[in-house]
Design a protein around this ligand. Structure first.
Ligand code: PCA
Length: 208
């Protein structure tokens, strides 16, 4: 069984999204003994979760790890929670700029990541990039994707979720924020791409 990884395409401020580069690079040279499937998602509220869940249904992975870049961040952030809220001053790829709305009007307020965060954090100990567990993935596409993925997988009711995926048999899923990469996103918090890739390899190795 493979691990399904996702990255995001460009959005305002990131003409090149390092999470796209990361997923492409991991698929081109996967870690030894860790079969991967992957998808690059558009930064669009409607499309991103639908495409990821379709891929989940097609691949039936053992885990889903989504990556995105965190503006102004210089560390690896293992996201603990996805909340039921969209709000951003930055438009998505369709021009949608929600001033504040529930993602799922009748859904739970939030979902905890179902990835083993403590083990993932331990695997990153001593790595050149600092890592931490984060308690907010923001209210833009990364949080949106995390919430929608967990809603679908935990309840087994989302579009494209594998039948019977809910409950204790649910596929573990969650989100990892990476810092901007020096090669494409110069700025005070940017990190070398090789270091970001190295951190991702540790996380995937731990999950395999
Ligand atoms: N980062 C954004 C959306 C896409 C991405 O890579 C975020 O943190 O929400």
């Amino acid at each position: 069984m493979s691990i399904l990884i996702s990255g995001f395409g460009p959005f305002p401020g990131f003409a090149i999204n390092p999470s796209q580069k990361l997923v492409e690079s991991l698929l081109a040279a996967p870690p030894a003994g860790v079969p991967l499937a992957g998808i690059i998602l558009p930064v669009k509220y409607g499309e991103a979760p639908r495409l990821l869940l379709e891929k989940v249904a097609a691949v039936r992975p053992s885990a889903v790890v989504s990556f995105g870049v965190a503006t102004g961040s210089d560390d690896i952030r293992l996201e603990r929670i996805g909340i039921n809220w969209d709000e951003s001053t930055v438009p998505d790829g369709t021009g949608d700029t929600p001033g504040g709305r529930r993602i799922a009007p009748d859904g739970p307020d939030g979902f905890f990541s179902t990835l083993p965060l403590a083990r993932m954090l331990a695997a990153l100990e001593g790595h050149e990039l600092p890592a931490r567990i984060s308690n907010s993935a923001g209210t833009y596409l990364c949080n949106h994707l995390m919430y929608c993925t967990l809603l679908a997988l935990e309840s087994g009711s989302g579009s494209g979720a594998p039948p019977g995926a809910g409950g204790s048999t649910a596929i573990p899923a969650g989100f990892v924020h990476i810092p901007p990469a020096r090669e494409w996103n110069p700025g005070p918090t940017a990190r070398p791409f090789a270091a970001i890739r190295g951190a991702a390899l540790r996380v995937l190795g731990e999950l395999a």
